[in-house]
Design a protein around this ligand. Structure first.
Ligand code: F6P
Length: 495
């Protein structure tokens, strides 16, 4: 098997922490790297104020981790700027928040080119390269320019917006062209695949065939959906263990028999936190009998604090939590417990297990693994209820959650009231169906399916015959419950 090269903005360099602490995605990628031998390349997370030091290199368990610092200017223009103030809001359908700046766009292209220059000499001829996420859309093309002809795949962890949104991005053509340099372009959901192919057929010279095959900008490639999962067994086991630990006990005692509703997110406007707080307020307005019957714990991990919009959201959340608590609290109860810090995943697993309701209401989300973790953490005998935004990728799979429109506060409040009152047999039925999906479609399945399809995509690329005329319409792949191997649906002509 060929060596694997993973490229992502953040690199999970080993720190001696356990599986659950490291996060399922990092563990799954590491396992693949260990099995095949390989390299993980990306940003070190450090910003160098002086001259850039040489890349940092660490080797552990057959994996080489190479990370590079960013200069202050690159950090501002590439990370805070184009990645997180332009692409992030755009990909999350928040046109009003998109900042357009030629400087940050140039910085984004510059960092991608610099990453390619550093990485290219480390690539061996048979390596399989797997690039991750919106920070690195042009990386593949930059590697190709440097003579790297290896099989190369890309996976987008965020949503991919419909063409009408994408067109608002100056330079969209250039970035979409760059995406076509990969042999396989993976997305979280079929909706994302469709949006991407719609762009290619409507806004470029692209032709789209069956099974996600496309030809555009002079290249042929494949796009398919690979809904990411979690290590369900490990997370469920962690939840059982954590439930006996002191944090879980303290939480349980502090609730004094009241039901727990939990939310846990990065502090990000895409997560719909402000709307979530307002839905709690609406719930209390419309169902006054629920007063003092539950508490809502929101864990909001600080994120991207150098970006003004994130700082503004932090202030808005503090103010909303204070206002709602001030309005409804009793001297011995308050509706919202708001933590503006991160908790480790093991502690969260125990908290999820205790929570009667998991409240996951992003305004838009690529997948949302908290939804899957909440499901995995439940006690099968007495499971809680997931209230899930229809705009999370996870809603395509977890169809027996209580699905809500996060913009509609009344609907979220009703969903919460329903979840809090749901009888045990209905809770079990809904949970079992979700757990089947979470157990079947794990992060390992996601990784292995993507890599198997990438191996095949690169091999048969020249064989692909694009259909024309009527047959050229994009043919959606089957349901996302089990990732579909795009290659199985491929139409090729004989050599
Ligand atoms: O897909 C979104 C993502 O890049 C995740 O991969 C990551 O967990 C998250 O955002 C964190 O963002 P940042 O790297 O900006 O802290």
């Amino acid at each position: 098997m060929s060596r694997l090269v993973i490229v992502s903005n953040r690199v999970s360099v080993p720190s001696g922490k356990g599986i659950v602490k490291a996060g399922g995605l990092a563990v799954a990628l590491k396992e693949a790297l260990e099995a095949r031998g390989g390299l993980w390349f990306g940003w070190s997370g450090e910003v160098a104020d002086g001259p850039l030091p040489l890349p940092h290199k660490v080797s552990r368990g057959g994996i080489t981790y190479v990370t590079t610092d960013l200069s202050r200017q690159d950090f501002e223009e590439f990370y805070n700027g184009f990645s997180n103030s332009t692409l992030w809001p755009l990909f999350h359908y928040r046109l009003g928040l998109v900042e357009v700046s030629r400087r940050s766009y140039q910085g984004y292209l510059r960092v991608n080119a610099a990453f390619a220059t550093t990485l290219a000499p480390m690539i061996e001829p048979d390596d399989t390269i797997w690039v991750h996420d919106y920070h690195l859309l042009p990386l593949g093309e930059e590697l190709r320019k440097r003579g790297i002809a290896n099989r190369m795949g890309f996976f987008l962890h965020t949503p991919f917006p419909v063409p009408e949104i994408m067109l608002a991005l100056p330079g969209h053509h250039r970035l979409m062209q760059a995406l076509c340099s990969y042999d396989l372009v993976g997305f979280q959901t079929e909706d994302d695949v469709r949006a991407f192919l719609d762009y290619l057929s409507g806004e470029s010279d692209g032709e789209v065939g069956l099974g996600g095959h496309f030809g555009a900008f002079g290249r042929q490639s494949v796009a398919a959906a690979y809904p990411i999962g979690i290590d369900a067994a490990a997370f469920a086991a962690a939840a059982v263990t954590a439930a006996t630990r002191s944090e879980s006990r303290r939480l349980s005692e502090s609730l004094r028999g009241r039901k727990l509703v939990i939310g846990a997110d990065r502090l990000d406007y895409s997560k719909g936190l402000l709307e979530r707080f307002e839905a709690i307020e609406r719930l209390l307005e419309q169902h006054p009998k629920l007063k003092a019957k539950f508490e809502f714990l929101q864990v909001a991990a600080p994120s991207r604090e150098e970006v003004a919009r994130y700082r503004a959201l932090k202030r808005q959340l503090e103010s909303a939590a204070g206002r709602i608590n001030g309005r409804f609290a009793e001297f011995d109860w308050q509706p919202i417990r708001y933590l503006n810090r991160s908790l480790d995943r093991a502690t969260l697993a125990g908290f999820y297990r205790q929570a009667s309701v998991g409240l996951v209401t992003p305004l838009r989300d690529g997948m949302n693994l908290v939804a899957k973790e909440y499901v995995a953490a439940q006690d099968p005998e007495n499971p809680g209820v997931l209230v899930l935004s229809r705009f999370a990728g996870a809603a395509r799979e977890l169809i027996t959650a209580v699905i809500v429109n996060p913009y509609d506060l009344d609907e979220v409040a009703d969903g919460l009231a329903r979840a809090l009152a749901m009888p045990l047999d209905e809770r079990r039925r809904r949970w079992r169906a979700m757990m089947d999906v979470v157990e079947r479609n794990t992060v390992e399945v996601w990784r292995d399916t993507f890599l198997a399809d990438l191996a095949e995509a690169a091999e048969v690329e020249e064989e692909v015959e694009l259909l024309s005329g009527e047959g050229a319409a994009y043919c959606p792949l089957p349901a996302v419950v089990q990732p579909v191997s795009a290659t199985r649906l491929r139409h090729t002509s004989p050599r």
